[in-house]
Design a protein around this ligand. Structure first.
Ligand SMILES: [Zn+2]
Ligand SMILES: [Zn+2]
Length: 285
């Protein structure tokens, strides 16, 4: 049983800055308030877009996690807070399932007083992420009908991003935007607007990543009680249930404390002590 009070005592009554201009506080703030008594605030003016946007106008330089951490730190120092939170999303082809897009959301948490850095993540294929070059307004309408429009907004833009009309969420506006871009550029691209406040599906996944983060905060080091005791390595070698030879199956997770470096091996994290022979290289080559 985890000692939740120990984690709460580190954060209760403090204030954190959430580096967002995209309404993420709606799902993030209530979770921190309820679970940790932490007050999450948003900046009145903080440009997160220079860290990279989905529309490729500004490319992200670091990895997704690096960008999230950098945003949290930068918000802390610029806005004078000791706790910084930020989130970063990515949409990529699913590594195992063809033609399916995987949304990975990361929420990072930095406490400069206690020198804590923890992140949560959530993966889902439940996303409307899509884009298409179109040639008439009917195609725009057809695209929107598959994109959960108008609850989810779209962007109408020129092919090379000279003009991007974002946050479009009604049918008249769609037609006006299409005509405007078409008139100037003769080429139109329509895409889903993935900014959190324009995309309820993404907002749901940011909520799930925040819950994952708070769960990790409550994972305390068995040796020093520091929060964020987390998996740093997974060990393969689960034995085959037929030939007893080691397989690629995960045998153990290695946890490590970021404060005192205490390490712990936890066996059979996937709840099985033997690998099925169908996944064994020797039994089923
Ligand atoms: Zn420790
Ligand atoms: Zn085997």
């Amino acid at each position: 049983m985890v000692n939740r009070n120990k984690a709460i005592s580190l954060f209760e009554g403090r204030a954190a800055i959430l580096a967002t201009m995209h309404g993420k506080e709606k799902v993030v703030a209530p979770i921190f308030k309820k679970q940790l008594g932490l007050d999450v605030r948003i900046p009145s003016n903080f440009d997160t877009d220079h860290f990279g946007t989905f529309t490729n106008e500004i490319r992200r330089v670091g990895t997704q996690l690096e960008t999230a951490i950098e945003k949290s730190i930068s918000a802390c120092y610029k806005l004078n807070y000791t706790i910084g939170i930020s989130s970063e999303g990515a949409f990529n082809p699913h590594p195992q399932v063809p033609f399916v897009i995987l949304n990975r959301e990361i929420v990072s948490f930095i406490d400069v007083v206690h020198d804590i850095q923890i992140f949560g993540e959530a993966l889902t294929t439940s996303t409307n992420y899509n884009q298409k070059q179109i040639y008439d307004i009917d195609e725009a309408v057809a695209f929107c009908k598959t994109a959960k429009f108008p609850e989810h907004a779209v962007i109408i833009r020129s092919k090379h991003y000279e003009l991007s009309l974002k946050g479009i969420s009604d049918w008249d506006e769609l037609e006006r935007a299409y005509n405007r871009v078409y008139k100037i550029y003769g080429e139109v691209v329509i895409e889903t607007d993935m900014r959190a406040m324009y995309n309820p599906l993404r907002m749901e996944n940011i909520k799930a990543a925040t819950e994952n983060l708070v769960n990790k905060i409550f994972q305390l080091c068995p040796s020093c009680d520091f929060p964020g005791f987390d998996i740093v390595e997974k060990r393969r070698g689960l034995l085959c249930n037929h030939c007893e030879l080691p397989t690629e199956g995960i045998k153990a997770s290695i946890y490590q404390c970021q404060k005192c470096d205490w390490r712990e091996e936890r066996l059979f994290p996937n709840g099985k002590e033997k690998e099925d022979a169908s996944n064994c290289y020797f039994c089923n080559p």
